[in-house]
Write a protein that binds this ligand. Structure first.
Ligand code: NAI
Length: 725
């Protein structure tokens, strides 16, 4: 008997193949499974007593999650070539092709999540019934990690549901819930999980001989919506795809273009040729750096962070039952909201009861919008709101096992609320500050229990942003780190752990992006060019727009605080200051909230426009640089600042640095993060790039002796995995 699946045949001659990979929480298309599955298919094909087969999973966690992405990263690091990667894809494709052409019908009983290769296996079955559990998701998410579905997904999905419906699913990697999958025709039926196998059996038994032939292997097959035997390829068929591709790729992401090519080329040809075309494109992607970097950071390492891999192992796990949030403003209300959503009791405290009530009312408003979209129920909202107690009375904080402080960014105020809260909360409680800039060790001086004091840096808007930066102060204990991580785990957010420093990790690196954009203004570069260059590099917004969002007043306040604290000059914005002071003090344009910053924000709600007055305030240079030069400045200054953070001991884990740069501060995902960017270029080439920029733009680009030494010795941030891995 095989290890990864079982095969049994009932009295009606229906085989039941139950996939259950030992030692894994989820089924994946691991090499050992592929071999077992190939043998099972041959058994069904050759045993005359078997009429057809049901394929299902023995795991309650779902059907098949796809390929094991760790294997892909290892393969890349071991130097896999495009040809070898294409061969691996061809092997899977041949296996699925054998299943669909072996003369016996296969029906997939999809009992939960089926992603990537899992859905591709199901698509190669002749019939599919999907669990009607609302949590069930199926889809082809490969594009999100820089890949394409290499097990027939780009060929079968368009042939099944038509090119216009298939392209968005392939290009955006969105998953479908049962109702949508049924409506689109990706599955033939939905049913309760307990009835899936029976439904699949019934289908197999009720079918005549030609059930074992896929639509695309029949005579006169037409792709849905297509005019001819293959796809019509009328220009409009690809319009939606083209729009999605160009807005997403900006030349940085090869996967969407490769997917378009697979669909365009493959659907004009017989499926066997289409599958070979798909494997060829897959091979190129898998052997390229973008797929490796995205897979490693956004999947393998992010998953580990989500599972709290940074948690000190000798501290028992615990859950936060009651959290006190100090300050019911933008951040405090958001933190209260996500905590209540996670089932935690929340005491939301502000200066006055009215301010605390306002914070809660904002949460109710957001929930009402979610309800209007049909994504929650009134009962759930009622329960969530009942968990939030607004107050101005510190006595209500009694029994809180965690405090998150989110009052104004001023030391005295923070010290004052720390003392008042600590007088009430249990001596075992942890005190977390959501400060965005003030060093934690300094804030902990106000605490009588500095070992229980920690930074919990959320990002705005809290409801949407997945990252939380945990800042360890000089005296923060391991138990406190563990409790903070347990809390972030409860919120289902992604934690990174960093050490104390002005600006910690994310704010410090983010600052270099904003300041580089402001520096470009001083250089006389056209504002629209600055903004577009950042977006062309893959940042979600330009540095001037993002300056307006965080407000120039805040940047000015931080710069002044740094002056007052005597923060060493290399860690401060020298370049941006001239711009920020001018914008705030002279031009009275402090940011978006006031309707005027680098952009104008029309009161009628029409889209923001770059302020025409910028041309006078920052006169244009007669010669404008090319976009590529500006892109390089943004990417280099942020990567260099991250390397400095490693050198300074602010961050010691390359995975955390990369995750934080993408999820927290918008560094382009195609790079895999700031340190992956350096490793991919190679440290030697990176320092040469820095030196060339320093020669023109000044010492902020000068690599440190530490970095030069690493480059000389070829030291990487990620150790290369040996070929044996
Ligand atoms: P906010 O101004 O929206 O809210 C601050 C709230 O604290 C107000 O409701 C205020 O009434 C209350 N408050 C002030 N003094 C208080 C006291 N003594 N006792 C009780 N409540 C008091 O400010 P925001 O943006 O929510 O920021 C709060 C903290 O979060 C700051 O430390 C900020 O640096 C940090 N932060 C802000 C981010 C942002 O994007 N706005 C991102 C990450 C951190």
């Amino acid at each position: 008997m095989s290890k990864t699946l079982t095969l049994s045949v009932d009295a009606d001659g229906i085989a039941l193949i139950t996939i259950d990979l030992p030692g894994r929480p989820m089924n994946v298309l691991a090499p050992e499974f592929n071999a077992d599955f190939a043998a099972a298919v041959e058994q069904v094909a050759s045993d005359a007593a078997i009429k057809g087969a049901v394929v299902t999973s023995g795991k309650s966690s779902g059907f098949i999650a796809g390929a094991d992405l760790k294997d892909l990263v290892n393969a890349y690091d071991a130097g896999i070539t495009p040809t070898q990667a294409a061969q691996a894809s061809q092997q899977i494709s041949s296996l699925f092709r054998r299943m669909e052409t072996c003369g016996k019908p296969f029906a997939a009983a999809i009992n939960g999540v089926a992603l990537g290769g899992g859905l591709e296996l199901a698509l190669a079955c002749h019939w599919r019934v999907l669990s009607d559990e609302p949590s069930t998701q199926i889809g082809l998410p490969e594009v999100k990690v820089g890949l394409l579905p290499g097990g027939g997904g780009t060929q079968r999905l368009p042939r099944l549901i038509g090119i216009p419906s298939a392209l968005p699913l392939l290009l955006q990697g969105k998953s479908m819930r049962p109702a949508e999958a049924l409506k689109l025709g990706v599955v033939h039926a939905v049913a309760p999980t307990a009835e899936l196998v029976q439904r699949a059996r019934e289908w197999l038994l009720s079918k005549a001989d030609n059930a074992a032939v896929q639509p695309w292997d029949r005579k006169n097959f037409r792709i849905p919506g297509g005019a001819g035997p293959m796809a019509s390829h009328a220009p409009q068929t690809f319009v939606a795809g083209n729009a999605l591709t160009s807005s997403m790729t900006q030349n940085n992401y090869p996967a969407p273009t490769a997917i378009m090519s697979c669909v365009f080329e493959g659907t004009q040809l017989p499926i066997d040729t289409g599958l070979r075309i798909e494997s060829k494109y897959f091979g190129k992607l898998l052997a390229g750096p973008v797929a490796r970097n995205m897979t490693r950071t956004l999947f393998v390492n992010k998953t580990a962070a989500d599972k709290l891999s940074a948690r000190p192992r000798d501290v028992p796990r615990g859950a936060v039952a009651k959290v006190g949030v100090l300050g019911a403003g933008l951040m405090g209300a958001g933190i209260a909201h996500v905590s209540a959503q996670a089932g935690i009791e929340v005491v939301l405290l502000d200066n006055t009861r009215e301010q605390a009530d306002n914070g809660k009312a904002g949460i109710a408003k957001m929930q009402a919008k979610t309800l209007a979209k049909g994504r929650t129920t009134q009962a759930k909202i009622d329960a969530l709101l009942a968990r939030i107690t607004p107050t101005a009375d510190y006595a209500d904080l009694q029994g809180c096992d965690l405090i998150v402080e989110a009052v104004f960014e001023q030391r005295q105020i923070k010290a004052d609320v720390t003392r008042k809260a600590e007088a009430v909360i249990p001596t075992t409680a942890v005190f977390g500050s959501n400060t965005s800039t003030l060093p934690i060790t300094g804030l902990a001086q106000a605490s009588s229990r500095p070992q229980q004091f920690i930074g919990l840096h959320f990002f705005s808007p809290v409801e949407k942003m997945p990252l939380v930066e945990i800042i360890v102060g000089e005296q923060t204990s391991q138990a406190t780190i563990a409790k903070a991580l347990d809390y972030i785990g409860q919120l289902k957010k992604t934690p990174i752990v960093v050490h104390d420093f002005p600006g910690f990790y994310t704010s410090r690196v983010f600052g270099t992006f904003v300041q580089e954009g402001q520096r470009m203004l001083l250089d006389g570069i056209a504002p629209a060019l600055i903004e577009n260059a950042a977006k062309a590099a893959g940042f979600p917004v330009g540095p001037l727009a993002v300056s307006d969002e965080v407000t120039l007043t805040l940047q000015q306040a931080i710069a002044r605080q740094h002056d007052a604290d005597g923060v060493p000059v290399q860690y401060r914005s020298q370049v941006g200051r001239a711009v920020v002071d001018k914008m705030v003090d002279e031009l009275k344009r402090p940011g978006r909230r006031q309707g005027a910053g680098f952009y104008d924000y029309p009161a009628d709600g029409s889209p923001k426009r770059l302020w025409p007055g910028l041309a006078q305030a920052f006169p244009l240079a007669p010669q404008q640089p090319g976009v590529d030069e500006l892109k390089q400045r943004f990417l280099t200054i942020m990567a260099l600042e991250t390397a400095r953070c490693v050198e300074d001991g602010v961050i010691d884990n390359a995975a955390d640095a990369d995750i934080g740069s993408i999820l927290g501060i918008g560094f382009p995902p195609w790079t895999g993060g700031t340190l992956s960017y350096i490793d991919t270029l190679g440290a030697e080439r990176f320092v040469a790039q820095c030196q060339a920029l320093a020669a023109v733009h000044g010492p902020r680009f000068t690599p440190s002796p530490w970095l030069l030494a690493r480059a000389a010795s070829g030291t990487r941030f990620y150790p290369p995995v040996s070929a044996a891995a």
